[in-house]
Design a protein around this ligand. Structure first.
Ligand SMILES: Cc1cc2nc3c(=O)[nH]c(=O)nc-3n(C[C@H](O)[C@H](O)[C@H](O)COP(=O)(O)OP(=O)(O)OC[C@H]3O[C@@H](n4cnc5c(N)ncnc54)[C@H](O)[C@@H]3O)c2cc1C
Length: 461
């Protein structure tokens, strides 16, 4: 059966305006946020209901076409790129907030709703949806669930998984399933929804999501601590948590990132510092005042050269914006920006950041590192030019060493961006053969024809 028959069946189902086949239009769906990776799909479709998704799954099976689910395409591991061609199932038009339940503190949404819309809907009724990936304004909740996305507040509030109470999933055979409910306790059956969270579109398509919301913190305090050594910044993080104070964010910027952010945002960051930490606590006003005082004292005890507290809401927001602009600021330096997200136990942070800097020097490449230090999650960001193949080779050599060292420190090759295509070669270095075989068994039992997002995370064999 030909592609044109498939396309006309898709057009019959969705109408012409929700099926793209024109090469120029397909181009926009040939990449995500991952540098040096792109592939043209055969067709892009925009369903608006679960039944339409189900029908498209059945057509993909009938025509033996790969089916690649896509949200906003902000992923950083190539998850939504159709590397084997086929149908891109773009869910951005499947985007209604279905229910806001104040009594049970839940929100039920379709997968194409933007994360920011969920945060805003919660704020409007005095509640809070904490997960806040850097792309909060443009990423979809379906993409967040499929990648189990984290963000700046992970240390205190956890990641997307911690807020998912229920999921509707369309399976590879077209079955529509629902797992979960509004109960805060539920141990009936196996927790299957957890299998789908973080499964990067290879096990099923998420078509409805029930999320829990929490009370909005009444107040926040933010400090900027400046350090002359990485070790002092890392020790401050460990000591704050051991105190114990759990800030909602503990963000780290190294010297290169500080220079780029300052050049971009001009907010007076210390250009001669080795590292800065942006630390925010939130909660009841009297509690956070005590907490922030303890954090200031710990930072000074660890040799912080300067500890400044944001005095106004404007100052607080400009510090937060500075951190959020880290990637864009670094990206201005060179044409290609390769952002990774290795993660280690917090106790190993200083070693890892030092190793990243040494690896960049050894391979004569530029790197800026920032990240969620409280979570042990750092983003070494290589500044390069993909047209310079020789330099790109050196970047990859540095990355190979960084991934190997991360695994040696008992860390993980990805804390929040997923494996997709970009980190697929490194997964067998982190997982033993028995564990990889278990992943393959799960995939084969749920998608025996390997239709859903084939070629991602691991090879099925
Ligand atoms: C500047 C920048 C900053 C970022 N900051 C963060 C950050 O702080 N924290 C973080 O965790 N990530 C971050 N990311 C990565 C990215 O934004 C997240 O992974 C986000 O959740 C992807 O959402 P999306 O809608 O763009 O999904 P896409 O990129 O379209 O898809 C991501 C994956 O999910 C699958 N998928 C999408 N929707 C569904 C669905 N409904 N059902 C099944 N599978 C689906 C796709 O097949 C793909 O594998 C950042 C990216 C950029 C470019």
């Amino acid at each position: 059966m030909s592609d044109s028959t498939l396309n006309s069946e898709l057009q019959q189902l969705l109408g012409n305006d929700r099926v793209l086949t024109d090469q120029e239009q397909l181009l926009s769906y040939s990449y995500d946020g991952t540098p040096t990776l792109n592939a043209l799909p055969d067709v892009v479709v925009f369903p608006k209901t679960t039944e339409e998704v189900r029908q498209i799954v059945l057509l993909a099976r009938k025509y033996h076409k790969p089916l690649v689910t896509r949200g906003s395409g902000t992923g950083l591991s190539g998850g939504s790129v159709a590397i084997q061609g086929g149908i891109v199932l773009c869910l951005t038009k499947f985007n209604q907030i279905l229910e806001l339940d104040r009594k049970n503190l839940t929100i039920l949404v379709e997968p194409g709703v933007l994360t920011q819309q969920i945060a805003d809907a919660a704020t409007e009724i005095g509640l809070f949806y904490p997960p806040d990936p850097g792309t909060i304004k443009i990423s979809t909740i379906g993409g967040n669930v499929a990648n189990n996305s984290g963000g700046l507040r992970g240390l205190k509030y956890g990641v997307t998984r911690d807020y998912v109470m229920g999921l509707e999933i369309v399976l590879a055979d077209g079955t529509i399933t629902w797992f979960g409910n509004k109960c805060t306790k539920d141990v009936a059956g196996i927790s299957v929804k957890d299998l789908f969270i973080g499964s990067e579109g290879i096990l099923g398509i998420v078509t409805r999501i029930l999320l829990t919301l929490v009370p909005k913190p009444a107040a926040r305090e933010t400090i900027l601590a400046t350090f002359d050594s990485l070790e002092s910044a890392a020790q401050t993080v460990s000591d704050v948590i051991a105190h114990p104070v759990i800030p909602c964010t503990m963000e780290f910027l190294d010297k290169t990132t500080i220079a780029c952010v300052e050049d971009y945002a001009k907010i007076g960051l210390p250009l001669d510092a080795e590292a800065i930490l942006l630390i925010e606590t939130d909660g009841h006003p009297s509690v956070i005042l005590e907490e922030i005082a303890a954090v200031e004292e710990i930072a000074k005890r660890n040799g912080a050269r300067k500890v400044e507290r944001a005095k106004t809401e404007e100052e607080r927001l400009s510090l937060a914006a500075a951190r959020r602009s880290a990637l864009s600021a670094l990206a201005r330096r060179r044409p290609t920006t390769m952002l990774e997200d290795v993660t280690v136990p917090r106790s190993e942070l200083a070693k890892l950041v030092r190793f990243i800097q040494d690896a960049a020097t050894r391979h004569n490449v530029q790197v800026g590192t920032f990240g969620h230090f409280g979570d042990g999650n750092v983003h070494p960001t290589f500044l390069t030019d993909e047209r310079d193949k020789e330099e790109l080779k050196r970047v990859h050599a540095a990355l190979d060493e960084i991934f190997a060292y991360t695994i040696q420190l008992k860390g993980t090759i990805t804390g929040e961006h997923g494996v997709g295509v970009a980190k697929k070669p490194y997964l067998p270095k982190q997982f033993d053969e028995g564990s990889l075989n278990l992943l393959r068994t799960v995939k084969k039992s749920l998608d025996p024809e390997n239709i859903l997002n084939p070629g991602k995370i691991f090879d099925v064999l």
